[in-house]
Design a protein. Sequence first.
Length: 463
Amino acid sequence: MQADLLIKNGLTYYEGAFHPLNIAVKGEKIAFLSPWGVGEEAGKVIDAAGKYVLPGMCDCHMHMRDPGYTAKEDYYHGTRAAAASGFTFVCPQPNTVPVPGSVEAYLGQVEIGKANAVVDFNPIGGPLGYRDGSVEEITKAGTAWFKIFQKVAAYQPYTTPAGTLDTNEIYNAFKACAKNGQYCCVHPFDHYFYDATVKECRDAGIEMNYNNVRKLVYSDEEMSGAAWQLAFLAKKAGMKWYALHCWMPGYIDLVRMLKAHGGMTIVSSFEYMPSVHAPDYVLDVVSGEMLMTGHDCEPDYDKLWAAVRDGTIDMIGSDHCPHENESYSTMGRFEADSAGFGMLDWFGHMLLDHVNKGDLSLERLVEVISVNFAKTFGYYPEKGSNLPGTDADFTIADMDHEWTIDVKSPDEIYSKSKISPYQGRKLKGKVTHTILRGRVIMENGVVDCEPGYGRFYVPLDRK
């Protein structure tokens, strides 16, 4: 049998380690793996000498903004950005308009994705419509899990019904998720700490911009305190808890303790954009201005990466959070201007750089960015395995390539938001190819794929 695609001479991830193996693809599936030099005829050949062949990367946490906020991002641009840095699967979060909190709204978002996505996807449902049976309906429709924003603020996208501060509502939603066997995650937020800190800053006459205030309001006390209550409610409800935004020291300690103790099912992630060396200013590539975004209270980086290595943290999400360029300003007005930023164009490359820095091994990166996601949410082995007979999704990485992020034109950014947040960062490691179901959709930085190639994937047990 002649393969349609052959990736040869690469170090290929297989059963937990990298081996000198070729991968042959027929149609959309992996046909076979073979030693170098064996069976090297195919319609298309990629010579991956000196490179690593990972299972396709999966982003468990990104904001597509579609529908409702498509001036910020949409399925087409957001998934092209994902493909640009090695991602073959994304999970858009539910702070959209309408919120996917009813089966009609959920399936409406699925149809938008089917028409426009370049990579595979699964939108995450909102469970706060539990009273009308929507949790069961959205589960049957195929959501991988559910999410609640425990944050309500005057600025979008925190004004939608995806969020609530009412812990009784959260608990009841947890019970509905538990009844349907689903994980639920919550953006943990303690508004008492937040509001008190904002008042203290104002009373002290501190200029209310993101550089001055954001690192104070998003603190260990605020986030970890909320997480402890959420853990109790999840356990009380008998729900599988997805511990989201787990990067503050107290939150890491909580998850580590609960995993060691047993008695509840927990999976955890930290999100890269707001937590890891986030810049205070980002470059508006259109105007050339540096715009203030500030950053959350920085984590203990040694503790954070130790938690990734020892299994306390299971996944890493991007938290790709794009906004219109004009919604930022050089002043960074607190709660008036936008703060987060889009970064999927660079996320995969930056993760490779962390491997080269020694923060985690390449094998562990495959686990936290592909394998654990697929196993937790019911996609394994179709996704995340590199096993024969499964989807031919690959991320090819050149671990020795040294380069600098230096965006000179808006056309160099695939995201709709033309912001370069990491301008000038020096990296070692670069994704050279993104391959989805046997098709090369990105090669050497160029994404070449029509809208609609990406598919809506439901967990395998619900197909």
